[in-house]
Design a protein around this ligand. Structure first.
Ligand code: SAM
Length: 211
């Protein structure tokens, strides 16, 4: 874990290493959300906005929240340039200090993991409570370090959660969930030397049983 101010840390990342958007939504988000009836969505740690913008093109009223104002300003500019500003909004907010008001038909947390302080379990538990009856919670997380991780990277890394730990994190006796997917999935990713390698993610998709 790096000892740094989270907002300053992520703003710096978005100014330097992640200064451009890929323009592509996450494959697992597309896989899950393309079959859902559009409603109101919330993306936790929305980065440059690609996932939120894609949801907006699918008819969702999509809100993205990120601690980095640099990322949110860039995502907002993309929404305007794509003519999606009425459906895709971005809010700079430290989710550790609380979530935006409201109930959501889809809450997504895609690689919502950090090398700097992030009360992830608390945020995910709160987010689970904000899913509307009949709504969905999608969590995708890095399940293992990449093969190119060295000792220095591993020392900085957040612990890699298991599928069971992710499910336990959002479990609450007062909510009744239908588990649609809870598994580890592989994908191919490009390492720093340009070579492709197998990477492992956790995929958790649960639906809150209608009251
Ligand atoms: C590993 S990135 C993942 C970004 C994106 N969802 C994706 O799939 O590529 C984690 C994101 O969470 C954001 N983040 C970290 N701590 C946060 C916090 N306390 N509140 C809100 N966002 C936070 C970071 O700025 C960053 O954009």
């Amino acid at each position: 874990m790096i000892d740094a101010d989270p907002r300053a840390h992520w703003d710096e990342i978005y100014r330097t290493k992640r200064s451009a958007s890929s323009g592509q939504p996450s494959r697992l988000l597309v896989q899950v959300a393309q079959g859902l009836k559009p409603g109101i969505s919330l993306d936790l740690g929305s980065s440059n906005g690609d996932d939120v913008l894609w949801l907006a093109t699918q008819g969702w009223r999509a809100l993205g929240v990120d601690i980095s104002g640099v990322a949110c300003d860039r995502a907002t500019a993309s929404a305007v340039s794509l003519g999606l500003q009425d459906r895709a909004r971005f809010e700079a907010r430290d989710l550790g200090q609380g979530l935006p008001e409201g109930r959501f038909d889809l809450v997504s947390a895609l690689y919502f993991q950090s090398h700097v302080d992030l009360p992830r379990a608390q945020v995910l538990r709160e987010a689970a409570g904000r899913v509307a009856p009949g709504g969905h919670l999608l969590i995708v997380s890095h399940a293992e370090p990449p093969p190119w991780a060295n000792a220095e990277m591993l020392a900085k890394a957040d612990p890699f959660p298991t599928v069971d730990e992710e499910l336990a994190m959002i479990a609450d006796a007062s909510d009744d969930w239908i588990t649609r997917e809870a598994k580890k999935v592989a994908r191919m990713g490009k390492g720093p030397d340009g070579a492709m390698a197998e990477l492992w993610d956790n995929l958790i998709w649960v639906t809150k049983r209608p009251a």
